[in-house]
Write a protein that binds this ligand. Structure first.
Ligand code: E4P
Length: 217
């Protein structure tokens, strides 16, 4: 399963990229707002840090205007994936962009039927929002297993990009279900490293090593 960083914080992306764990980045208008930076400038910087897909979202709601914004955004770098909402105009835009080879991430997916539509429109990625489902009392991960079954039934190549991830259990379940990608806030990626027995074991090894009086090299 690929890991994308769900942030427009370039310092955090740079630090995580050094671990080799970052296969791509997703942004959205809220994350750009949070960064406090110009969308073109920050997106270009992100594209210089990671080689994989970097999602940049259009904010127009009508097809022609989405196409104009996509034209501007895709010139930022070769690894840009244009993010469009799961609407009629969004999927028209998806169809047009993917037909000429541009990567498209269809966002704001909340049902498996919506994911089916996105795949039929040729989406490169579908972004089901699991955390926002959990927030309103549904099990967001059910969406992932349903989409996996549907895509496998019809051999769709659209990658399932688990979005709105809130904690490591989402990642464990996504991996067991065979999701292609999970996009995570940096703090969730870092939480994946943690286990109290890892910390305790390391502390014990270091304490015993100290007692040997040795050093390596
Ligand atoms: C990423 O593509 C999505 O925009 C993001 O994961 C949404 O996450 P949120 O529900 O925490 O805002």
């Amino acid at each position: 399963m690929k890991f994308f960083a769900d942030t427009a914080d370039t310092d955090a992306i740079r630090e995580l990229a050094a671990t080799g764990l970052v296969d791509g980045v997703t942004t959205n208008p809220s994350l750009i707002h949070k960064s406090g930076r110009d969308i073109m400038e920050v997106t270009k910087e992100i594209c210089g840090i990671v080689d994989g897909p970097v999602s940049a979202e259009v904010v127009a709601t009508e097809h022609e205007a989405m196409m104009r914004e996509a034209e501007v955004l895709r010139k930022i770098a070769d690894n840009i994936a244009i993010k469009v909402p799961l609407t009629v105009d969004g999927l028209k835009t998806c169809k047009a962009l993917t037909s000429d080879g541009t990567m498209v991430n269809v966002t704001l997916c909340f049902t498996a039927n919506q994911a089916l539509l996105a795949a039929k429109a040729g989406a490169s990625f579908i972004s089901p929002f699991v955390g926002r489902h959990d927030d309103i009392g549904y099990d967001g991960m059910n969406l992932i297993s349903d989409i996996r079954i549907i895509y496998d039934n019809y051999d769709f190549q659209t990658e399932i990009l688990v979005a709105s991830v809130r904690h490591p259990i989402h990642i464990l379940e996504a991996a067991k279900m065979g999701a292609d990608v999970s996009t995570m806030p940096p703090d969730v990626i870092l939480k994946l490293f943690n286990h109290p027995l890892t910390e305790k074991g390391l502390a014990a090894f270091l304490a015993d090593w100290e007692k040997t009086g040795q050093s390596i090299g």
